[in-house]
Design a protein around this ligand. Structure first.
Ligand code: GTP
Length: 196
């Protein structure tokens, strides 16, 4: 697929209290689960981290934030700068159940003129499992310069296609979007894995 997969792994993990990308579910680290799904879809995988030594064993491009310390938007920015492709699927490193079918579907939904393709789950856009075109770079840089660090802060400046939840049902639906912030979330993810 002519698109890059970008994984954000530059967070502080202050709620989890250790690097959550390295936490295991069913004996597989979160980062390995995502890389394995990405390998089925993308020829180019970019991991945005400020601790690259923790990821040297992975067969992916390792880059660091260019404008650091601004949260996930810093990571999206660095990923878009370094990507060789116009289309880029961005995911947080803390999503154990994101599946290749959903990822490929979201990338396929990109049409000319769409700058962002973002799924909506339970009424809320999911900006850390979304497709971003390179055309987002200027608006992202404007927001970072203006001190607006929320990921969605640049959405009013670009064309955003919202994908409704019913379109996602055939690809596993909302389970894909479960993310781990705390130790309780981690325990729940392990239960979800066992039940599946
Ligand atoms: N590259 C990069 N990624 C980030 C940055 N901040 C957060 N992320 C990533 O964005 C995703 C969502 O981050 P959060 O879980 O909200 O933040 P976190 O810092 O990891 O965790 P908390 O400290 O508990 O809020 C995760 O995949 C993080 O690794 C950053 O400054 N740079």
């Amino acid at each position: 697929m002519r698109a890059s997969g970008v994984i954000l792994a530059g967070g502080k993990c202050s709620r989890f209290r250790s690097n959550k990308a390295l936490a295991e579910i069913a004996s597989q680290r979160l980062i390995d689960r995502i890389v394995s799904e990405f390998k089925a879809v993308f020829s180019k995988i970019i991991l945005v981290t400020n601790t690259p030594d923790e990821y040297r064993s992975l067969d992916v491009d390792l880059i660091s934030d260019i404008i650091p310390g601004r949260g996930p938007l810093s990571g999206i920015h660095a990923g878009l700068v370094s990507s060789p492709f116009d289309l880029n699927f961005v995911v947080a490193c803390d999503m154990p159940f994101i599946k290749r079918e959903l990822i490929a579907y979201l990338v396929r939904r990109a049409e000319p003129g769409d700058d962002v393709i973002v799924p909506v789950v339970e009424g809320y856009p999911e900006p850390l499992t979304a497709v971003y075109r390179k055309s987002c770079l200027g608006p992202i840089e404007n927001c970072l310069a203006a001190g607006k660090y929320q990921v969605k802060s640049f959405y009013p400046l670009v064309n955003v296609k919202y994908i409704p939840e019913e379109d996602l049902l055939a690809y596993g639906g909302k389970r894909n979007f479960f993310n781990i912030n705390t130790r309780d979330d981690y325990r729940l993810a392990m239960e979800m894995e066992q039940r599946s």
